[in-house]
Ligand binder design. Structure first.
Ligand SMILES: Cc1ncc(COP(=O)(O)O)c(C=O)c1O
Length: 380
């Protein structure tokens, strides 16, 4: 049997990883500023996280949600404390798309309405509702097409206000990334998020903060939406939550009431996933990783801004993007093959940095020196 070939891949086999370093099968070492697509939050194979999972594995790995699973409440309590959303409720699932799918479904159940507002260049996942609110025709199969989604221009306050004035009583939810990832590191403006909050409150719609990529401390705040100083009704989380162990969830504001059987999943919230997620939060707390993300992110942005050859350096914390001009179109490839540094990208010409929140200043400097070196020589 062959693998279903949907992923264009780099010809590299990673065999070992620790912190922000990975090694291939030939022993070559690389600096990882991509974090397996923003997943590695506390650093690869962090010993505390490994120990948490290992200890749990010897006790019980899985049982269904039909019995008491106290480690779920332990996780909810810790997550409330670290995120500052102590009065929210937690529903656990397995992936970012599933988190958004449940957030949208819950908003529709809660309001009894069907329409959802999403924004240009948004990416919310591949399952049916999540992909319907994703602004990329290539991912939307004919069966996913729906009239229930209204796409508005990102950060356009007038368009949002006009839409709510026209059909506010039909809107179940507004879904927005705090910083668009796949869309090319585009920050949702604080005023825009405040306006979403006030429209949702006024018209009885649910504000969903997709924090799958920009959340979990990546921006320097636990949720990047928090920069706006207003609360969302639902936060979706995934990538950094398990540091590579598949675990995801939604935080739900207290005014949204649960009903038995309205949401559900077999694997969501299993013992092993909760142990991994707790391990992550304990390290985030003990090692002050939010402060580190803010500090190293500021340093990286300042240094990048001083490099003339690259353009539009932007982002928050350790979610940073910059535009690569045509003359340096080989930069990402050269970073990987000549300097042995993994970075992310967003089409057509954005380099995206999504490293571990524990990235050191020395590793950040190694990257800056590599960009300086490669951008001072031509493509050839
Ligand atoms: C903002 C955002 N939402 C949702 C998703 C979907 O997450 P998953 O791939 O875990 O389903 C992603 C994945 O890249 C994402 O970046």
């Amino acid at each position: 049997m062959q693998l279903f070939d949907v992923y264009p891949i780099q010809d590299i086999t990673i065999q070992k990883a620790l912190g922000s370093t990975v090694w291939d099968d030939k022993g070559q070492e690389y600096l990882d500023l991509y974090g397996g697509h923003a997943v590695i939050s506390i650093g690869h194979t962090h010993p505390h996280w490994v120990n948490r999972i290992e200890t749990q594995l010897h006790q019980i790995a899985f049982y269904s949600n039909s019995i008491r699973i106290p480690i779920q409440q332990e996780l909810a309590t810790k997550l409330g404390k670290v995120s500052g959303k102590e009065d929210y409720q937690l529903f656990l699932c397995n992936s970012g798309a599933e988190a958004n799918e449940n957030a949208l479904k819950l908003a529709s159940f809660h309001t009894g309405r069907k329409k959802v507002i999403a924004f240009s260049k948004a990416f919310h996942g591949r399952t049916s509702l999540a992909v319907a609110v994703t602004d990329n025709k290539n991912y939307v199969a004919p069966v996913n097409e729906t009239d229930n989604v209204i796409f508005l221009p990102f950060n356009d306050e007038q368009a949002l206000e006009d839409c709510f004035k026209k059909q506010g009583d039909e809107i179940a939810a507004v879904i927005i990334e705090g910083i668009q990832g796949v869309g090319g590191i585009r920050i949702a403006e604080d005023n825009f998020l405040r306006q979403i909050r006030s429209c949702c409150t006024k018209y009885g719609a649910v504000y969903i903060a997709d924090s799958v990529q920009c959340g979990y401390g990546r921006s320097g705040h636990f949720f990047s939406h928090d920069f706006a100083g207003v609360n969302a009704d639902i936060y979706s989380m995934a990538k950094g939550m398990g540091n590579g162990f598949p675990v995801a969830g939604i935080l739900i504001a207290p005014h949204i009431q649960p009903k038995h059987f309205q949401l559900g999943t077999t694997f969501g919230g299993n013992h092993l996933a909760c142990a991994a997620a707790l391990g992550v939060l304990e390290v985030i707390e003990n090692e002050n990783l939010l402060a580190n993300a803010a500090k190293i992110g500021t340093y990286l942005q300042k240094e990048l801004q001083s490099i003339q050859a690259i353009e539009h350096v932007r982002g928050r914390g350790l979610m940073i993007g910059f535009d690569v001009p045509a003359v340096l179109s080989e930069l990402k490839k050269k970073l990987l093959w000549e300097e042995h540094i993994f970075t992310g990208e967003a089409k057509p010409n954005v380099i995206r940095l999504l490293p571990s929140l524990a990235l050191t200043q020395a590793d950040a400097t190694r990257f800056i020196n590599a960009v300086k070196k490669l951008s001072s020589v031509s493509n050839s």
